[in-house]
Write a protein that binds this ligand. Sequence first.
Ligand code: PLP
Length: 434
Amino acid sequence: MSTLIAKDHAHLWHPCAQMKDYEIFKPLIVTGAKGSYIQLAKGKKIIDAISSWWCKSLGHQHPQLKKKLLQQIEKFEHVILANTTNEVIVNLSEKLANLTSDLKKVMYASDGSCVIEMAMKMSVHARIIEGKTKRKNFIALKNSFHGETIGAMSVSDVGIYKDPYHSLVFKVDFIDVPYCSGIDDPIWENCDEAWESIIKQLEPLSEKATAIIVEPIIQAAGQMRIYSKDFLKKLRNWTKKNDIHLIADEVMTGIGRTGKMLASEHANITPDFLCLGKGLTAGWLPLSALLMTDAIYYLFYDDYENGNNFLHSHTFSGNALAASIALEVLNIMKKDKMPERVLELGKVMFNMFLEIADKTKKLINIRGIGGVVAADLILAHEKQRLGYDIYQKAIRLGALLRPLGNTIYWAPPFNIEIAVLTKLKNITQQAIEM
Ligand SMILES: Cc1ncc(COP(=O)(O)O)c(C=O)c1O
């Protein structure tokens, strides 16, 4: 065993892992990364098929982002954002405020989970200020995932990440979701049939709910499941009618991943709160942002003595290095017409998955939207850990696939070349067939 791996095993607890697994398959030693590739020790290169947990939307070492980061380093790296301001954070906030017609105010955190907590706290706090103190509950979607902190976990519904912590989380009402395979599925446009039963689940909750939180269009950690845009539209109408906030968790979907800048745009809706993370800095540095309506913002805008103060802070809120990159990410997304390119990429990816399914006969439920395509492996028995097996084979063949359980998916950098994608297709097919 190399010294590095021995030291790793002695001291490092890797995220989201059973450490004992590393006895069999050692952690990959990364020595560099460029474009869609991760460079490993001993000269091996693997394709980053999942954009390193869905954040490296513009690939690794993007030269323009590197340039902006270095420019900002020369000025200052981080100064407390309470009581101070600077050009980069103001310009970023202005750009984020231009993403939608209604969300004109921005507050910053670092990780996705923190921004979800912020939205939830702000919704509850807003109700107190409004004197609507009965409105305290949250509604979420079955199979949702919103992060690892206690509030975010409470509104999440994926058992493997939540089950041991039931004594910590609070009660949330989870409603059904009308899934579909993508934009060509009739349910995408019309979910009337499913809505009949969903509305019955919602109605008893209408008077006590402060907010409903959704991952618009695609539930990422929940096996990359895609749902009807009509459902999102209907849900938005229902929240408006019943004075319930809509929190759009676009931590994964935001900034282009689904072929629109925001996945909410598929349904032509704007939420009351919008949460961004991951792709906001194209995976360079941790930065998350909460956008909210003026209506929410001005509830808190008051004389300090009245106590309506949202005294929420994170040390690295609005970190200048991260903000300088985010600003350039937004420029590149626009200049390179990235969402449109993602839609085109998505079509190629979907067809490649169809091909893999046809050749291997081992994939079902192929689904895709923008720069995400996924399918479930056909299992010999329920407990089979086929995804983990395929993960190891794909690494040997040259790709980081990292299936979600037994769901294989790709969410590569938006600028992945077609030749690399073709290579990824061959590797995925071979790894499934082996
Ligand atoms: C939809 C969604 N929300 C929130 C989070 C949490 O973000 P973070 O891991 O940055 O805390 C994730 C992470 O995967 C996510 O997919």
